[in-house]
Design a protein around this ligand. Structure first.
Ligand code: NAI
Length: 498
């Protein structure tokens, strides 16, 4: 295949930015340019304050963008979408594909408006042949729709080859996932042109990914494989979360259960951490997308099966908020609840579909005063997320955002850990330790039941990523989520672990 010399990535988000950075890093002879409609996002990518937080990302960007090791910079950002498209021989479409909110399939189907607008843009400005790569997660069959759009709008002497190359990175570990992918899937048509195009993309990845990990399959398998992978991962979390409800009702311990079950090599330990519900921009939307696909294929039982994965997730979030309320004698009015962590998982500032939004929302509805701290999420983002469900003045009145955990926790009736940031691990940070000792002074009785931390996409074994229980009498490592310190009983002050 003809080697690729210029790559254009449409969409400078969580996928487009890091993926393009790693491609540029390993292909110094290829010029990689990321474009976006958002001028602010592009400006941020050009600066020292990147628009997304991802461990190890800045180093890769600096290397390829600024040529820090003396190499010629080959990683660029631009808002001149038309020109970048026309100059490229390979175009990655990495735009967002959220769940449709209106019209046919609302609440289930993926909204392909951004994919469509990117395809139209390509068709309108391309004056030479291009390889078009679907990086976004899309329903199977989307490559056909892209082909129709291109055929309808492009000039007849320009040829497009369409590939599916879904991205499997998980936020928080994106750079590691990109540097050492489990597999690279490239879906193409089974004709010569299709195979040539797939070969050209395989060469780009071949700069750093071992050949045996680069898999070429048919377009539809590739599109469906991405949805299937996310759905199976989400299903594991909902399965373990449904079991956590049984544990709480019976006295079984969910961590012991997950550990015991995960030792079965056919099951394995990953994505078995019980949590307050999965979050992130992908799991819910991808499960709903698969359920909707099943529905349109007249497979109602299949659709209902996958929808139940999302239903359990909603149930788990609600259940968790209710437990906090119940623990505090069924009323939160005027009580202060500290929330540690607002991102949907550690090592990212992303709050899309974070369980924290729903849980905090319910605590607000109960009349609680909320004090929030997250190391990477801005106050503005937190307020914006909470304002979807509650009027801005209610959020303003009941929610305060702090710059550190200790201030957020001062005088709180309960401390709720919703994101498993390392700094909330009590054995690692002196700050949290000192907070604990304040809480510990009040500790008379300790009730430990099962727990739920925010586990989500890409989460590994809970024993790697969980919290360490900050209980004085115990050194066992367990994820915990809520510390309820009840001050209304002076003779018998206590801290409960929910
Ligand atoms: P994002 O919302 O962070 O980024 C998408 C970007 O595309 C936005 O900056 C938006 O302004 C831009 N955009 C939209 N239409 C455009 C157009 N016509 N021209 C130029 N720019 C345009 O989304 P994210 O999270 O990067 O996701 C992108 C896709 O990748 C989605 O389909 C998602 O399902 C998939 N994915 C996401 C993963 C994640 O962890 N976030 C992981 C794997 C896949």
């Amino acid at each position: 295949p003809r080697p690729v010399k210029k790559i254009c990535c449409i969409g400078a988000g969580y996928v487009g930015g890091p993926t393009s950075a790693v491609i540029a890093q390993h292909n110094p002879d290829v010029a990689v340019t990321v474009v976006d409609l958002s001028e602010a996002r592009i400006a941020a990518w050009k600066s020292t304050a990147l628009p997304i937080y991802e461990p190890g990302l800045y180093e890769v960007v600096e290397l390829a963008r600024d040529g820090t090791d003396g190499r010629t910079p080959n990683f660029h950002f631009s808002t001149d979408i038309s020109r970048t498209i026309d100059e490229a021989d390979l175009i990655l479409i990495a735009v967002n594909t959220p769940t449709k909110t209106v019209g046919l399939g609302a609440g289930g189907a993926s909204d392909l408006a951004y994919v469509e607008s990117a395809a139209r843009h390509i068709a309108e400005v391309a004056t030479s042949d291009k390889i078009i790569v679907e990086k976004s997660t899309v329903p199977c069959g989307t490559a056909d729709s892209i082909r129709e759009i291109l055929d309808a709008h492009a000039s007849p002497d320009v040829h497009f080859d369409i590939l599916s190359n879904p991205e499997f990175l998980a936020e928080g570990t994106a750079i590691n996932d990109l540097q050492k992918p489990d597999r690279i899937l490239i879906g193409s048509l089974a004709d010569d042109r299709g195979r040539h195009a797939a070969g050209a993309l395989a060469q780009v990845y071949g700069s750093w990914v071992p050949q045996e990990r680069i898999i070429t399959i048919n377009l539809w398998s590739s599109e469906l494989a991405k949805l299937a992978a996310n759905c199976m991962l989400a299903q594991r979390i909902s399965s373990i979360n449904s079991l956590s409800a049984i544990c709480e009702a019976t006295g079984a311990n969910i961590e012991e259960l997950a550990f015991a079950v995960g030792l079965d090599t056919r099951i394995g330990p990953k994505m078995l951490k019980s949590s307050a519900g999965f979050g992130g921009s992908c799991f819910k939307k991808d499960v709903l997308s698969l359920a909707y696909i099943a529905e349109t294929l007249h497979l109602p039982e299949v659709s209902a099966y996958w929808k139940s994965v999302v239903d359990i997730n909603e149930y788990q979030k609600e259940r968790f908020a209710k437990r906090i309320t119940k623990r505090l004698y069924n009323t939160l009015r005027l009580k202060k609840i500290a929330i540690l962590g607002f991102a949907y998982k550690k090592n990212t500032g992303d709050t899309r579909e974070s369980a924290a939004i729903t849980i905090v929302g319910q605590l607000i509805a109960e009349g609680a005063r909320i004090a929030i701290y997250d190391p990477q999420v801005s106050e503005q983002q937190i307020r914006q997320d909470l304002t979807y469900e509650h009027p801005a003045e209610v959020v303003k009145k009941q929610v305060e955002v702090f710059g550190d955990a200790i201030s957020a926790c001062a005088d709180a009736s309960a401390v709720v850990i919703l994101t498993e940031w390392d700094e909330f691990k009590t054995d690692q940070t002196p700050d949290i330790n000192s907070m604990d000792s304040a809480v510990r002074k009040q500790l008379v009785e300790r009730t430990r039941r099962s727990h739920s931390a925010s586990s989500s996409e890409g989460d590994a074994d809970f024993r790697d990523s969980g919290f360490v229980t900050p209980a004085p009498s115990s050194s066992d490592s367990n994820p915990i989520s809520a510390v309820v310190s009840e001050e209304s009983r002076p003779a018998d002050k206590r801290v409960d672990w929910v």
